[in-house]
Design a protein around this ligand. Structure first.
Ligand code: 0PR
Length: 376
């Protein structure tokens, strides 16, 4: 840092120039984030100085968070769920597994493992490291859902949790949560559902999927407002069916306005909390459903167009993620990048991955299909 500050004008023009170097979301088809809703931006800015790490100073924000937890809980089958607004799916996943890890440690268990699908997000690799437990990966069925027989085979006396994914990062597939719930119930183990992406999609799909607290054995759910909830970054949400799991996460905070804290981070912005509340209140279920409908329309349009070119998806899309098979995926991805698109690729099977977020319009898909025709 320099001794003397620079002028506001100089600084602002620098910041604007840097911001211009960032991509806009327009041709970004690789991201699970999107433009936040304008009402979210308004609320975010209003609560910029709010810190829920010391919530006694911000009772207005805290009340918003409590109401928001009830709203998201109700959307996911339990308005009496307990939790908090986290920084995203990674923190939520860590906290869910940390809660059950802490409980089992208190009960005297030392070697512990959890079972996740092979498709699990890489946050579970961080969990293996941070929480010092083994993360076993279960194989998939033909439709890239976790194979429940393989999950069952991996369970042993040290298994403290199984994990199902409602909206896998790479393929947008939904694991058979009902069957995982039966396994969790029969073996008396914790079931965490990672609905970071799917939590704001699945309730609004035409097809019905059971994946949430309406299944008795679901212990916790991770769901991200900063993905399909159109909120500002960083906004995740961790919900537990049972309040006692929050106690397993609590540490004493003797000199703050509250006696204990359950979040992973200390200082915690109230801005994305207010933003999430604002967007959910403003849009309501109808507004969210309309957004999901749009994304699914664009999804079907892309698949139809691709099939007309003789290009087929790995699975028929369940939600707004399309994965397309090519003999030479990397070359196609590069050619699309040269035309300004940002796409990603999946690992196994290797395919081109396109996430149809709310910023993707019919025109976007038309342009993309045109470029795909030339790139393939
Ligand atoms: N669980 C699932 C199912 C996810 O898809 C993700 C992130 C997480 C957990 C972790 O969430 P946070 O990143 O909020 O901690 N899925 C995206 C991914 O890794 C996140 C993302 C978003 C990546 C935008 C890139 C990007 O441009 O692909």
């Amino acid at each position: 840092m320099e001794e003397r500050g620079i002028s506001k004008q100089e600084l602002k023009s620098f910041l604007k120039a840097q911001k211009q170097r960032d991509l806009t979301y327009q041709k970004v088809l690789s991201s699970m984030c999107t433009y936040p809703h304008e009402i979210a931006v308004y609320a975010h800015n209003l609560f910029l100085d709010s810190n829920l790490g010391d919530s006694g100073l911000f009772p207005g924000t805290k009340e918003i968070e409590d109401e928001l937890i009830r709203m998201i809980g109700a959307l996911l089958g339990n308005e009496n769920a307990h939790g908090y607004i986290s920084t995203g799916g990674t923190e939520s996943n860590i906290q869910a597994i940390r809660a059950i890890r802490n409980r089992k440690r208190k009960e005297g268990l030392q070697q512990m493992n959890i079972i996740v699908p092979k498709t699990a997000h890489f946050s579970f690799d961080k969990i293996e490291d941070i929480l010092s437990l083994e993360v076993k990966k279960a194989g998939l069925d033909d439709e890239l859902r976790v194979d429940v027989n393989l999950v069952e085979e991996l369970i042993d006396d040290n298994t403290i949790s199984i994990v199902g994914i409602a909206g896998t990062t790479e393929f947008g597939q939904i694991d058979p949560i009902t069957e995982l719930a039966d396994i969790a119930h029969n073996n008396d183990i914790f079931l965490h559902v990672d609905a970071a992406f799917g939590g704001f999609v699945i309730p609004f799909l035409d097809a019905e999927y059971q994946f949430d607290f309406s299944l008795d054995a679901v212990s916790s759910i991770s769901v991200d407002p900063h993905k399909m909830g159109l909120s500002t970054i960083p906004a995740g949400c961790i919900l537990f069916r049972d309040e006692s799991y929050l106690a397993d996460l609590a540490v004493n905070t003797p000199y703050l306005t509250t006696n204990e804290q359950c979040s992973l981070i200390g200082t915690r912005s109230g801005a994305p909390v207010a933003a999430t509340y604002a967007v959910l209140k403003y849009l309501g279920r109808n507004g969210l459903r309309a957004i999901v409908d749009e994304c699914m329309q664009q999804t079907r349009m892309l698949v139809r167009g691709a099939k007309a070119m003789g290009i087929y998806p790995v699975i028929e899309p369940v939600m707004n993620v399309v994965t397309l098979l090519f003999p030479d995926v990397d070359r196609v991805a590069k050619a699309l990048e040269a035309r300004g698109w940002r796409v990603s690729t999946t690992r196994a099977p290797k395919a081109l991955r396109v996430v149809i977020m709310p910023h993707v319009t019919e025109e976007t898909i038309e342009m993309f299909l045109n470029d795909l025709e030339n790139a393939k």
